[in-house]
Design a protein around this ligand. Structure first.
Ligand code: ATP
Length: 516
């Protein structure tokens, strides 16, 4: 199936099974804003728990925080967001569609990468096992030609970004003959800078109202609370503060479902370290975070690091963790060495001293910071994309059938166990309820008595439920049930009293933590 179709199906599936809805849908929706339905909210909460516990439970020197969304406006002046939180935008005059100029160029770079990969794939098929991709990359004339084009474009692009040269960005788009995917034309406007922060007013009178911003990242809430937490928690450097919360960005282009939203959620860790040790910690967190992703078992080949070519004004090192979405490798998480930029700026703008006395060194300094920042919604999309499978199976009547199954790692699934009475009568429904009443305090259970067992299995497969239990007449005699496993579709007969331990061990977050 073409990757574009996979993505369309995924979006439709998210809606049909109560994972994600367009916000304000009955009013025709609101661009790039989404609501999470009954299954979506469970998955989202589980993602947050996986992250939170891996930070706060597993690390003695990491503590949590929940800071407000509204903050003093000077914070955003100090952080640089008022002056520099911009994206370069460009419009196509024919389609009237708006694009990010940098993204158009990145997509052009990705096209050269695709061409190289296709050449390699073709040659691999032709030469079989003896094929050496490294040698091919270094010697094949066509690959070298694409690589040279990529190198040249990349160098020009990085220079334009670093110089904030908007005319040059436009010139690159023209020289590369990049067309608008909607109109197919090259009729572009000039490139302009666009600030991504939303603002609103606080206060009851127009005159006395204060213009405040909706935070575009949760990080600043951590920086301005650094002293509070360090002092009241008696924290010793190195230590970290973790926070999960909403962030808002007036994104120029928002056409990729929950990949790019205007209201979204971030999970951020700011880790405070001695000056000079930040790059070592940067390496450590880079690996720790990659392990966290890979523990989900979606295949190492689907992840890669992407080093930043243009560093943000506050960073001395930066890397993204990218996942292979149906629309290509894209960022899920950023890891940045933010130096002492933020704390120093807040010290300067607030006039309050923000230093740490290091007893080991017998000196005071402004701590350096390593940040890990991941979007809950992008992580959600990654999990849905990686888990979605369409499979041919044998139906109840012995004929070929299809099932859609979400192979979500068991600890993250919205529902852990479905209990299905074979029929409503003969006391089977009551027995099924009894089982749920016993297990509902341990994990999320669902009761379903409607339609054939096969159809009920399909419904649970479609939301990723790892275990289904069927209650039949034998259950009433010997207290056993049939348990059916989502991935293998195999069935076992087990005692009701063994269900809790059997399921608990599979759905516990410990299962994931053991791999970290
Ligand atoms: P991009 O380059 O895709 O715009 P970014 O580099 O601006 O992202 P960061 O500022 O590093 O992103 O934010 C950290 C994380 O927050 C990202 O890795 C992503 O997972 C998430 N994120 C950022 N912007 C959005 C958005 N508009 N919608 C959903 N998630 C987002």
């Amino acid at each position: 199936m073409a990757q574009e179709d996979v993505f369309k199906k995924l979006v439709a599936h998210c809606k049909e099974y109560g994972f994600v809805f367009q916000s304000s849908e009955i009013y025709d929706g609101l661009g790039a804003v989404y609501d999470y339905g009954q299954n979506g909210v469970e998955l989202k909460n589980n993602i947050k728990k996986y992250w939170w516990d891996s930070m706060v439970l597993l690390n003695e020197n990491v503590v949590g925080l929940d800071s407000a969304i509204f903050m003093h406006p000077t914070i955003w002046k100090a952080s640089g967001h008022v002056d520099a939180f911009n994206d370069p935008l460009i419009d196509n005059k024919d389609s009237k569609k708006r694009y990010r100029a940098d993204v158009l160029i990145e997509e052009q770079l990705a096209k050269y990468e695709d061409k190289i990969e296709k050449e390699i794939e073709k040659a691999h098929k032709r030469f079989g096992d003896s094929f050496d991709p490294k040698q091919f990359r270094e010697t094949n004339a066509r690959v070298l030609e694409y690589q040279a084009k990529w190198d040249e474009l990349q160098a020009r692009f990085v220079k334009a970004l670093n110089d904030s040269n908007l005319d040059e960005l436009k010139q690159i788009i023209i020289d590369q003959e990049i067309v608008c995917p909607v109109s197919g034309t090259r009729n572009w406007t000039d490139v302009r800078q666009f600030n991504l922060m939303f603002s609103t007013e606080m206060g009851s009178t127009v005159d006395g109202a204060l213009k405040i911003f909706l935070r575009p990242e949760t990080a600043q809430g951590i920086f301005v609370n650094y002293l509070n937490v360090q002092k009241t928690g008696r924290m010793k450097i190195p230590f970290g503060i973790a926070q999960i919360g909403k962030a808002f960005r007036n994104e120029i282009v928002a056409r990729q479902f929950i990949f790019r939203m205007r209201e979204f959620e971030q999970m951020e860790l700011q880790f405070f370290v001695r000056p000079g040790s930040e790059l070592e910690w940067f390496q450590k967190w880079k690996q720790t975070r990659m392990n966290w992703h890979q523990a989900l078992g979606f295949g190492q080949e689907n992840y890669r690091f992407h080093e930043h070519d243009k560093l943000a004004h506050y960073a001395n090192a930066a890397v993204d963790i990218e996942y292979r979405f149906p629309f290509g490798f894209k960022e899920v998480e950023g890891i940045h060495s933010r130096t002492d930029f933020d704390l120093s700026q807040h010290q300067k703008f607030s006039g309050k001293k923000i230093t740490y006395f290091d007893p080991g060194l017998n000196e005071s300094y402004v701590p350096f910071v390593v940040e890990t920042s991941i979007g809950v919604d992008r992580m959600f999309l990654q999990i849905m994309a990686a888990s979605y499978y369409e499979e041919e199976i044998l139906g109840e009547d012995g004929k070929k059938d299809m099932r859609v199954v979400l192979r979500i790692p068991a600890p993250l699934t919205p529902v852990k166990l479905a209990v299905l009475p074979l029929m409503k009568k003969d006391g089977l429904a009551e027995k099924a309820r009894e089982i749920i009443d016993d297990l509902k305090f341990d994990f999320n259970c669902q009761y379903d008595e409607k339609d054939s067992i096969g159809k009920r299995y399909r419904r649970q497969d479609a939301i990723g439920t790892p275990f289904c239990v069927t209650v039949d007449h034998i259950t009433l005699e010997d207290e056993t049930v049939t348990i059916r496993y989502r991935d293998t579709m195999l069935q076992d007969r087990v005692r009701i009293c063994d269900l809790k331990s059997l399921i608990s061990s599979e759905v516990s977050m410990k299962k994931l933590f053991a791999k970290l």
